[in-house]
Structures are given as C-alpha cells and as structure tokens.
Write a protein that binds this ligand. Structure first.
Ligand SMILES: *[C@@H]1O[C@H](CO)[C@@H](O)[C@H](O)[C@H]1NC(C)=O
Ligand SMILES: *[C@@H]1O[C@H](CO)[C@@H](O)[C@H](O)[C@H]1NC(C)=O
Length: 240
C-alpha cells in the first residue's frame, strides 16, 4: 500500500471528523446560575444581571454539540494573534464575552472555547472569522437580550419565588424575535423546576443567518423534555 494512499485515508478521516457539523449555536449564559454552583467562585466585579456569551458551538443534526479533537499546540499562537493584533475586536470580546470566574482571564476563556468548540469549525470558519462572526451575532442579539432581561425584571421573575417561574414555552416566545427555534439549557432543581443556564441561538455554518435549532427531543439540556418540561426560574442572585 502506498504512502499516498494511507495519507489520503487519514486526510479524509480528519476532514470528515472536523467539518461534520450542521449548525453553529451562539450560546449565551445567565451568570447567577453558574455563580451558584458549589466550588465556583465568581469575580465580584462582574455584572451578574446581564446575559453574556458562553461560546459558539458546532452541533450535529440531532442537536448535540461536537467534541473537537485537540488542536496542535502551535495553533494557540495564531488564534491569540486574532485578538492581539486587532484592538477593536479585543475590546468587543472583553465586553460581550467576559469570563466571570475569579481565577480565569477573558483570553483564557476565549482560547478554551475555541479549542473545545471552535477548532472543529476551522475548515469553514478560520479562527478570525470565528471570533468576528461571534461579535457580529453578539451585536445582533444585544438589544433582544436586554429587552428580555428588562422584561424579567419588571415581571419580578428575578426572584427566589418559585411562583415566578416561567413556562418553557413562554420563555421561548420572549426570545423568539428571530422567529427561529432556539434551545434553552437549565440546571435542574428537582423534577418540576430548573434554573435558566444557557440560551442557544442556532446559525448556519458561516454564522451569517439564524436558522431553526434542529428538533431534539432528548432531555439533554436540563429543562425537561417535550413530554415533561420543568418550570424555569431566572435567579437574580446566585443560586445556592
Ligand atoms: C450527534 O451526536 C450525538 C452525540 O455524540 C450522537 O449520539 C448522535 O448519533 C449524532 N447524530 C448524528 C445524526 O450524527
Ligand atoms: C421542587 O422545587 C420547587 C421550587 O423550589 C418546590 O416548590 C417543590 O416543593 C420541590 N418539589 C419537590 C418534590 O421537592
């Protein structure tokens, strides 16, 4: 067997494994839920009552996030270059994509997200496009997320009172401005209630337009399944 033949097989394997995604999820998180996890220490300075970016995650046709293989060490340098050589981009990233973990830096958070999720998209979305695309979507969704946040505030939903819990379908409606199907992920409290954790907006592979998140009936995101949904609590303070 020739070396070229072996090389081709490896090449096909690598490419099919890394580009095999159907959509990109723009994932934003609700800090009070995460800051309430035991063992998680959040920076005291962050604005907790504001949605911020978690990451951009490629997913398959059944709504599962892909796990990327580990990128080669040298790739860290060219990924870092993306924000180190573009001051305006770095400013936007710090604003929309801050870490709230006490011992983490924003740069380490972006690098982590790129390694775990971004690397699988590199065929269609080089690192620079990945980060610029993320900021384009962050700008597009900013107004919507602020509106939703204010709506929660005026509805008194930001409370520890469970009667203020949202029905999943209502939450979906509040966020439905893109008129596309989204995912909501939760930290379960018990069989009937859960805390809002992340919201996923789905986009096409080039991060240019919103698409419906694929139908996914599995109870993988902690909010319950289509058969039995938990009521969603949006906490104002860190949950305990
Ligand atoms: C999507 O990914 C999940 C988890 O890795 C896997 O179980 C499922 O079979 C995949 N679906 C397709 C259609 O590839
Ligand atoms: C589940 O959590 C809710 C909200 O805190 C609470 O009212 C309810 O009693 C809990 N149910 C069980 C079975 O623990």
């Amino acid at each position: 067997m020739s070396e070229i033949y072996l090389f081709l097989i490896m090449f096909i394997r690598l490419t099919s494994c890394q580009s095999d995604f159907n959509y990109l999820a723009f994932v934003i998180q609700w800090p009070p839920t995460l800051c309430g996890y035991s063992g998680v220490h959040c920076k005291p300075t962050i604005n907790r009552q504001r949605f911020t970016m978690h990451g951009v995650w490629p997913g398959n046709s059944t709504g599962h996030s892909l796990k990327c293989s580990l990128p080669p060490q040298h790739s860290e340098d060219y990924v870092k270059d993306v924000w180190e050589k573009d001051v305006d981009l770095a400013k936007l990233l710090h604003d929309h994509w801050p870490t709230f973990l006490l011992t983490n830096t924003d740069e380490a958070f972006w690098m982590h997200e790129w390694k775990v999720h971004g690397y699988c998209t590199k065929q269609t979305l080089p690192a620079a496009d990945y980060f610029h695309g993320a900021m384009r979507i962050a700008a597009k969704t900013k107004g919507l997320l602020e509106t939703v946040r204010n709506k929660f505030l005026t509805a008194g939903i930001f409370s520890q009172y469970d009667e203020a819990a949202y029905e999943m379908s209502n939450l979906q409606k509040s966020l439905g401005k893109t008129s596309k199907k989204i995912y909501i992920s939760c930290t379960p409290k018990n069989n009937s209630f859960a805390y809002l954790k992340d919201i996923h907006f789905c986009m096409d592979k080039t991060m240019m337009s919103f698409v419906d998140c694929p139908a996914a009936n599995l109870d993988t995101r902690g909010c319950g399944s289509i058969y039995k949904q938990r009521k969603i609590i949006v906490p104002l303070k860190s949950i305990v």
